[in-house]
Design a binder for this molecule. Structure first.
Ligand SMILES: Cc1ncc(COP(=O)(O)O)c(C=O)c1O
Length: 397
């Protein structure tokens, strides 16, 4: 039998539990400064919502059908969905969506809907698409084609055109990524739509905008993510740019498409149109709080400041001889993986000799300077990186 406290079934004293929870909290806060490899904003203070975490809030079923009782936040969910639908210029009389558990569920829902539209369709996603895409393809028993990308992570549109043409006897479910996981590349959605419009192939165009969907849509003059004739569905992660303290996401489509999956009300008084039945009602309040307290202007400013910091990080790294780059719109800064001494201290995302840090809102200039100083202090690592010459040449622009 284990001697771990609590494992023998006895109750643990409240002060011990509180001490343990305090330690968990301190560790999470203390690690923030060096946790720069994953796209989670940390600048929004959600603590005013803490008292609401004492109750179950269950947004079971469709956002537009309220369950009995008051322990749900569907009114706020609808407001949040409308905010996102406005941002993506969805037609006022033809929009639908729901708050998901995260980006993966949004992708799963979108592919599920697209399969209902086109049961024999092939899914096309790029080689740099998120790992949830092959998983969703597998869950839904679909077939897929992996489209090539360039060395900076953007889809190769000629390859997509060739593949769609090769399989023109089958409808296409095309997934564009706005903010790939490793380089934050944004596939050119209008270009994909034009390409598809030139073929006789019936199609559904889904955008996985987990990270960059909202910041791109907020940027002035960007109308690339329009949920009308341009895009059929969009999935967003709620805890990335908006930094909610619990994972959540948004999936949006048009109501006329969603009706492919129409259901009747059940014993809960709601309609089962979502992947999960019971859904937490807390994300609706968190997202509502973020968008109401910051407004478009505040949110846009956060995105601009994050881009400025990313540009600064690129310059600082290049100054010290560490070849870094970023996409013009991106918060993500890509560079050859530094020495193990650096990666032991800084939580970066690394793959195949490349790493990135992401200047999400909440990352400071001081943190970037400290990171660059650590790269310099372990100067031998630059030499270690030299055998990867071919890759480094590919990284320098
Ligand atoms: C492009 C992209 N899509 C989907 C996801 C999946 O999001 P989640 O982890 O919320 O399911 C991520 C998460 O990193 C992502 O970067």
């Amino acid at each position: 039998m284990s001697a771990d406290p609590g494992r023998d079934g006895s109750a643990t004293r409240p002060e011990e539990l509180l001490a343990e929870l305090a330690a968990v909290r301190s560790a999470a806060v203390a690690g923030r400064e060096t946790h720069v490899g994953f796209p989670v904003a940390t600048d929004i203070d959600y603590s005013p919502l803490a008292p609401l975490f004492g109750s179950l809030l269950n947004n079971i079923g469709d956002p537009w059908t309220d369950p009995a009782g008051a322990n749900h936040t569907k009114r706020y969910e609808r407001e949040v969905l409308d905010w996102f639908a406005d941002l993506f210029q969805a037609p006022v009389d033809d929009r639908w969506g729901y708050l998901t558990s995260g980006g993966t569920e949004g992708n799963l829902y979108a592919l599920y809907l697209a399969r209902a539209r086109f049961p024999k369709a092939l899914v096309y996603h790029s080689a740099d698409a998120h790992y949830s895409l092959p998983k969703c393809v597998d869950i839904l028993g679909l077939d897929s084609v992996v489209v090539r990308t360039d060395e900076r992570g953007e889809m190769d549109y000629d390859d997509l055109a060739r593949m769609v043409d090769r399989h023109r006897d089958r409808p296409a479910i095309v997934v564009a990524t706005c903010g790939t996981t490793m380089t934050e590349a944004a596939d050119d959605v209008p270009r994909i739509r034009r390409l598809l419009a030139r073929t006789p192939v019936r199609h559904h165009l889904h955008v996985d905008g987990a990270l960059a969907g909202v910041p791109l849509a907020l940027a002035d003059g960007r109308a690339t993510l329009r949920l009308d004739a341009t895009v059929d569905s969009i999935s967003i992660s709620g805890y990335k740019f908006l930094g909610t303290p619990v994972p959540c996401g948004v999936v949006l489509t048009r109501r006329t498409l969603q009706q492919q999956l129409a259901r009747s009300p059940n014993y809960t008084g709601t309609v089962d149109t979502t992947i999960s039945g019971s859904r937490s009602g807390h994300p609706a309040l968190l997202l509502w709080y973020a968008i109401r307290s910051l407004g478009h202007h505040g949110l846009r400013e956060r995105a601009e400041r994050a881009r400025e910091l990313a540009a600064y990080a690129v310059e600082r790294l290049k100054e010290v001889g560490w070849p870094a780059w970023r996409h013009e719109h991106a918060f993500t800064v890509v560079f050859p993986t530094p020495s193990p001494a650096v990666t032991a201290k800084w939580v970066l995302a690394s793959s195949a000799g490349r790493s990135h840090l992401i200047c999400m809102p909440g990352v400071t200039r001081e943190a970037v300077d400290a990171f660059v100083a650590d790269v310099v202090a372990t100067g031998g690592a630059l030499v270690d990186a030299l055998p990867r010459q071919r890759e480094r040449q590919a990284l320098v622009r």
